[in-house]
Design a protein around this ligand. Structure first.
Ligand SMILES: C[S@@+](CC[C@H](N)C(=O)[O-])C[C@H]1O[C@@H](n2cnc3c(N)ncnc32)[C@H](O)[C@@H]1O
Length: 191
């Protein structure tokens, strides 16, 4: 191995690879937790000027931060930033997305750790996202088990994903098993 190179698993890089296997220019994508806009920017750049991205957050600060980030990195004007809870996804999105992302938890850098995703709304949003997802679409949910609500969200999601019909949908989980409090993610792929 060349000096300075790190070949260990990089969860964020891995998440992008899964999304890119399903998402193409011109497609529709949804970011259910826009935060500071990193995932929204990735989706916007991937679908390009002919695609569309819907992004949700309950915090006005997140919408402002995302808007500034998308402009700063030169994203095409293909996004709709929605200041509302993601459990309302079916009220706002009326087309089938090829990719839906959730990055659960709280807004990094805001100091407001109490404003975090919560099981009840997360589950309702995930049910809606699974229904809306296009054929050959992907839903990715990143979970933060280092705090109690995050740990419980992960358990509830795993229980639900295990019930889905394997002939129609494939649900996988990527976790660093010797680091149980590190973030991990689920991917749900529709046939
Ligand atoms: C970990 S951050 C997301 C990071 C983001 N994807 C990025 O790239 O910067 C989680 C975000 O979820 C938001 N959130 C919490 N509950 C929500 C809800 N019910 N609907 C939509 N967003 C919510 C928080 O305000 C926070 O900004």
């Amino acid at each position: 191995m060349a000096k300075g190179l790190n070949h260990m698993v990089d969860l964020l890089e891995l998440q992008k690879r899964f999304i890119l296997a399903h998402l193409c220019p011109g497609d529709v994508a949804v970011d259910c937790t826009m935060g500071n806009g990193n995932d929204t920017a990735f989706l916007s750049q991937t679908v390009g000027p002919t695609g569309r991205v819907y992004a949700f957050d309950i915090q006005e600060a997140a919408v402002a931060s995302t808007c500034a980030h998308l402009q700063a990195v030169g994203c095409p004007e293909n996004y709709t930033l929605i200041h509302a809870s993601h459990h309302l996804i079916k009220e706002y999105v009326h087309e089938a997305p090829k990719a839906v992302m959730f990055n659960l938890g709280y807004l990094p850098g805001s100091g407001k750790k109490q404003v975090t995703t919560m099981r009840e709304t997360t589950m309702e949003a995930v049910f809606g996202a699974v229904e809306l997802l296009a054929n050959d679409g992907i839903l990715l949910v990143a979970v933060y088990p280092g705090h109690e609500e995050g740990r419980l969200e992960g358990e509830m999601l795993k229980e639900y994903f295990a019930t889905l019909d394997r002939r129609l949908i494939c649900c996988s989980c990527f976790q660093i098993v010797n680091s149980p409090t590190s973030p991990y993610f689920f991917i749900v792929e529709k046939k």
